[in-house]
Design a protein around this ligand. Sequence first.
Ligand code: GLN
Length: 503
Amino acid sequence: MTDLTRLSAADLAAKLASREVSSVEATQAHLDRIAAVDGDVHAFLHVSEHALQAAADIDRRRAAGEELGPVAGVPLAIKDVLVTTDMPSTSGSRILEGYMSPYDATVVARSRAAGLVPLGKTNMDEFAMGSSTEHSAYGPTHNPWDLDRIPGGSGGGSAAAVAAFEAPLALGSDTGGSIRQPAHVTGTVGIKPTYGGVSRYGAIALASSLDQVGPVTRSVLDGGLLHDVIAGHDPHDSTSLDEAWPSFAAAAREGARGEVLKGLKVGVITELPDSGFQPGVSASFRASLDAMAAQGAEIVEISAPHFEYGVAAYYLILPAEASSNLAKFDSVRFGMRVNVPGGTVEDVMAATRDAGFGDEVKRRIILGTYALSAGYYDAYYGSAQKVRTLIQRDFTEAFEKVDVIATPTAPTTAFRLGEKIDDPLQMYLNDVTTIPANLAGVPGISIPSGLSADDGLPVGIQFLAPVREDARLYRVGAALEALLEDSWGGPLLDRAPKLGEVR
Ligand code: GLN
């Protein structure tokens, strides 16, 4: 029998629809895989006790002849930033240990309604602050390609779960790159939708003007299938767009035929310094551009002079918003409370926040409250907002000349666990190419572009499109994916070491 964990979500869905396979069998196969490898990978913070029951329910409904959606019965991993009623939601933080939400995040509710089977909650940097998952209060996740390396962050758990074949689909969140950068270092696909395209209701807020929920998968088509489930207006999210989205799965299928590359104008940013990029990452990026050019794409140099200020602006705007969002963890309303005998309410709050938050969270709260304080507001937060506008203008001007912008998704391949943990600035510089999309609200996708010649580790290429043009990313991403997989003789992940044999 085929190993059900190796199938794409699209292929598994087809077998479920034809009743060749039941959802209980597919779910059990993934639970077995989790039991076998997650001791090494640590992608999951919690494995659902209800998965088989949810799967059995889908099987029963299918047997009764009920019309089910295209991905009904397919298992799904959920980043722990998304609240769920039937599993704890911690956002990777001690302060929310064991916290049970009274409601499901909209994306979770929509996933359940589509018949997806929640397998568990995935590990992440605390409150989604980080690029390596090392800031999780529950210990790091390990990269399935090399267990001594980081799986990216903050959504390293979702990316590693998908890369290690523990789940065919996962949900992530991307505030500055936390879906795309983990995809880059694990050889998977990650999509940050247009800001407002997917509901943030029930996504524990990091920086509300930057946060977006999106798909983490092994193929562009699978990303489209999941995006189709979660997209669309949500009255519970005041920034949700009231937009009739096209089918992203259909866009991926159309793109895989390849014609989209003929005459496609691909913008490459002149100001991106070659120097900050690992040679193997730059080489893989150029090879992907060459492959697209050979199919008739036109590579166009564009100028985005303010991109280089993105990281600086982001690390003011994000801490400012985060310090405000995290004020609700006050020992009264949510989660942990540290008792201080004879102490005041303030003493209890301070002791709880001291014990409940990790170093990176404290660092950003201090930075954020400072940037927002009277006398500094204009100099820091105000200036950062101006840079944000300039970056938005760079995008507007660029998209007058090109259809998509391409960059390497991140400057290096997966670094070693422990390598950057004591150097926050080095960690922040990881986000140089992903952050501008969040500042401008535009959609982005990262797909595997190959293995780096320097270390044999996965590299991703990122495409960015204008606001609301998410479908374009699926067309272009699927076209390049088909081209590259042809040249590799199959998906990149087929070349990942077999887990259990790596050490
Ligand atoms: N690495 C970025 C940060 O630390 C990205 C975070 C995210 O997208 N959630 O803020």
